[in-house]
Design a protein around this ligand. Sequence first.
Ligand code: BGC
Length: 773
Amino acid sequence: MKKYIKIDEWNIIEEGFDPHLNKISESIFSLGNGRMGQRANFEETYSGETLPGNYVAGVYYPDKTRVGWWKNGYPESFAKVLNAANWIGIEIKIDYETLDLDNCKVTDFKRVLNMKEGYLERSFTAELKSGKKLKVKATRFCSIVDDEAGAIRYSLTPLNFDSAVTITPFIDGDVKNQDANYDEKFWDEVHKETHHGSAYLNLRTKKTGFHVCTGMKFAIEQNGKIVEFSSVPVEREKYVANKVTLSVKEKQETVIYKYAVNLSSENHDKELLVHETKKVIEHISQKGFALMLKEQAQAWAAKWVESDIVIEGDASAQQGIRFNIFQLNQTYTGEDARLNIGPKGFTGEKYGGSTYWDTEAYCVPFYLATADEQVTKNLLIYRYKQLDKAIENAKKLGFKNGAALYPMVTMNGEECHNEWEITFEEIHRNGAIAFAIYNYIRYTGDAQYLNDYGLEVLVAIARFWSQRVNWSADKSQYVMLGVTGPNEYENNVNNNWYTSTIATWCMEYALEALATVKASDAAKYAAIVKKIRFKEAEESEQWQHIIDNMYYPVDERLGVFLQQDGYLDKELILVKDLPAEDRPLNQKWSWDRILRSCYIKQADVLQGLYFLEDRYDLETIRRNFDFYEPLTVHESSLSPCVHAILAAKLGDETRAYEFYLRTARLDLDDYNNDTEDGCHTTSMAGTWMSVVEGFGGMRVRDNQLQFHPFLPGKWASFSFKVGFRGSLLNVKVSKEGVQIINQSDKALSVNVFDKHYDLAGNAQLIVEHALAN
Ligand code: BGC
């Protein structure tokens, strides 16, 4: 845990340069625009500890799977988020000395991530070995308006010298991934060209054959005026640059404006890529830095209108939640149904792949409430488009008749996770994908989605579950053997309650969806039935038989659902009684000791009670919560949010707030000592859920938003924005009660503390209700 980020409501601020913290800051200060993103590496040379990271969404490399003992059914490769060409680079030489913060005295260092307007600023004074001092201020952003572009304003001012300065803006594609097998490099050069003040580098990924053309153009300003300069082209393999030598004077500011773009063959014709890159470079350099930045601020202002959370009385919490919202919004914009949200977003390469169940289980609620419904729809369509691959994947594992098993980790629909206990067994992910369809329709009311896309996915998932269970003659019930639940600290268990429960829920929902589509559009229904060769009577009957005869482990004495068969045979020592030095278990204990223990990594039974809460009475939820939480180590950042929401539901406001605190500033405070690898982007959505679903008690029931809020911790008030079926609400919770302002023209009805209210367009509702904290 570290506490070096200065508290500010709209900015993330680091003051003073500590090289030991650099990789953490590179993650925290990352930038992105949904289409591309990058870690907060320095523009100038840096020879200290750094993790270079530039990422282009959708561009990946299938690195060969490395496992000790190959198991049939393993994927051939592991899709890696690729470190792409570095477009920010500007090498600075003062006479013969290279500006390098690892090699000079740095003072007044300050890094600021302006979340309100979406840019990064860094300033410092450097004293070189020769005693020359210069002041640098760099501002940059990835534009969300021109989402293939980024821009940098890099200013340097000599403080005590006149001298020659060599400025070399470059594009460096000779990069590698930190975790590349055998240190292999993943890019080949296709083409490069260097002109006066501009350069282009077209690269192709090995194996996958993605082309990405990176272009740059720059201008230099002195005394506020653009200056003419002469430049020397520099070219090496996968590297293009322009070397410019200027004379600079004491106290005189020289500014370099560097415009850069990344165009990928995912969006452009390969043959025309260089040509198109030049066009986009022209477009943005004509616009200029100031206008681009202005548009960026406007675009971010629009995002905040829909998604901001305001916390009064706790600046640290305010900064934390805004940081989470900012990161989510710069990772996924929902404009492209081929893209998804990797656990690290654009902040690091760890985890590989871009899509886990995190998207459906954690991110979907965030985007549903804070963005246009098309954004979430695109996340669902992403899975729809990968249905064929999911069917193929299931087929490889022996399933048939159009059964689909979606991958645990993927880029293109193919499984790329290669630990058998997860690849083959952590199959509950299929449930989250079906649940997201349900959640989307529940929230938006867009039942047509079932006809257009959803039904096919639901049937394929239901088919999988129906084949994955087997009839136990001993129990005279269906069982599900050899699975891994969300709690990855148990593998190969029989009858994981959560997996079995979500499986039968999927079958029920698929049956319901079939009936809905049949009733709404008989012709469409007939077309789908034909396409997927659905044997209506036979398959529905089989699913219903499983639903009616599924075995779920329970312990009647304790009144709890059992995480899996045999769970109570374990030695049940509460987490609070574990020696502090044993935590975190995943770093201190051997894997087999963890597996044999009773400790739970993240919500498992409780994940099911969260998803399907309306099926269970409060006492059942309470008993399970009270039993499982004390055995949970929360070693996944996805864990505390589910517990915060359930604790809030159970009226345990203190604990709800405690759980929330565990992830609210997870990356800002490097809570788990792992932020240097990248931020926990998907779990940030969980933090949002803790506030809105937990403290705000927001639910959608019967086509209506319901709120059952409380005021946590030391907060004076909190308010959040939610969009719902065409209206935009600002919900404020304070000591006096709840105020809901309808910021749209559209009327709606809401339910607050179990009472129904009609709210006209642009009207407000005040529900007085004393809320103490
Ligand atoms: C969690 C999974 C999650 C993955 C990616 C793991 O540590 O146990 O539930 O999908 O991280 O965030």
